[in-house]
Design a protein around this ligand. Structure first.
Ligand code: C2E
Ligand code: MG
Ligand code: MG
Ligand code: MG
Length: 278
């Protein structure tokens, strides 16, 4: 009796395991074709100066519009893309699409703020990032000042020397670097002064519970104070309420991004936030 039950639950387990593995393999092969089939879109979310309320930038966020499953969020396929190496191809598409979009807006006399592109550790490790960016800027005749690259702490920590080298190369092209999801990785604070970065993005998990959580309030204040004393700008992500906005503004956070101001959306929908030069 006991033995029998054991075998059943084992069968059940392997069944579930193979289901998951099959789903993953299926998604991976679909992901392979997604770019060629034009299933990827780049959405944008504006970022604002919390004092002047001017738009200072936009983050580019990828969306996969699957022909039968509908929209798939990046958290569901970016990790798979990183694992399989497909992220390099996807990253190239994101870089080229951003530059093509900037070129389109410039051609239509629309003033474009800096666009922030998310870069995975796998893209940085692969070694072609600087090249890919240089080629895309050149192809679309765009100055580097229109781009910012968002990198998470973990890659920086992995190989400081390489990180510094890449950031300096990007800087020489006019591209700024921001640290994304700041506070969630395994950062050693000493790395901050060694990196020639421009900005920290406070992770939305800290922003979510301010001003109610005394811990998150303390952490957020400390990040802002430390960043400013190192000469870095700070942007808060995930700003959803007036209370959060006011708290961040009162505590000298420079910029904010979040559903309160604007949700990520297609280039066409975002265009109304950009001013037209006559
Ligand atoms: P991230 O870079 O930290 O991006 C911020 C995420 O917060 C985005 O999720 C955005 O839609 C979401 N967000 C914005 N405002 C709010 C808010 O007020 N409240 C809440 N709860 N969320 C908000 P999204 O678009 O689902 O992207 C998730 C992650 O996927 C990104 O996190 C980034 O790590 C990755 N990702 C997105 N696009 C790309 C890409 O083109 N390349 C790479 N390598 N990664 C990407
Ligand atoms: Mg980001
Ligand atoms: Mg982030
Ligand atoms: Mg993230």
């Amino acid at each position: 009796q006991v033995k029998h039950k054991g075998r059943d639950s084992f069968t059940f387990y392997t069944q579930r395991f193979t289901d998951a593995a099959r789903k993953k393999a299926e998604m991976e092969s679909e992901l392979h074709k997604a770019i060629a089939h034009n299933e990827m879109q780049l959405w944008y979310q504006p970022q604002f100066n919390l004092s002047t309320e001017e738009i200072i930038g936009m983050e580019a966020l990828i969306r996969w519009i699957h022909p039968s499953k509908g929209m798939i969020a990046p958290d569901l396929f970016i990790p798979l893309a990183e694992e399989s190496g497909l992220i390099v191809k996807i990253g190239e598409w994101v870089i080229n699409q951003s530059c093509a979009q900037i070129r389109h807006w410039l051609n239509n006399n629309i003033s474009v703020p800096r666009i922030g592109i998310n870069i995975s550790g796998a893209e940085l490790r692969q070694g072609e990032l600087v090249n890919t960016l240089a080629k895309a800027l050149n192809l679309h005749a765009i100055p580097g000042k229109y781009l910012e690259v968002e990198i998470t702490e973990n890659f920086m920590m992995e190989d400081m020397e390489k990180a510094v080298k890449i950031i300096n190369e990007l800087k020489s092209m006019g591209i700024e670097v921001a640290i994304d999801d700041f506070g969630t990785g395994y950062s050693s604070l000493s790395y901050l002064k060694a990196l020639p970065i421009r900005r920290l993005k406070i992770d939305k998990s800290f922003v979510a519970d301010i001003p109610n959580s005394t811990h998150d309030v303390a952490i957020t204040k400390a990040i802002i104070a430390m960043a400013h004393s190192l000469g870095l700008e700070v942007i808060a992500e995930g700003v959803e309420t007036r209370e959060q906005q006011n708290f961040l503004h009162d505590n000298a956070c420079n910029f904010g991004q979040g559903y309160l101001f604007c949700r990520p959306s297609t280039a066409e929908n975002i265009e109304c936030w950009l001013s037209k030069e006559e």
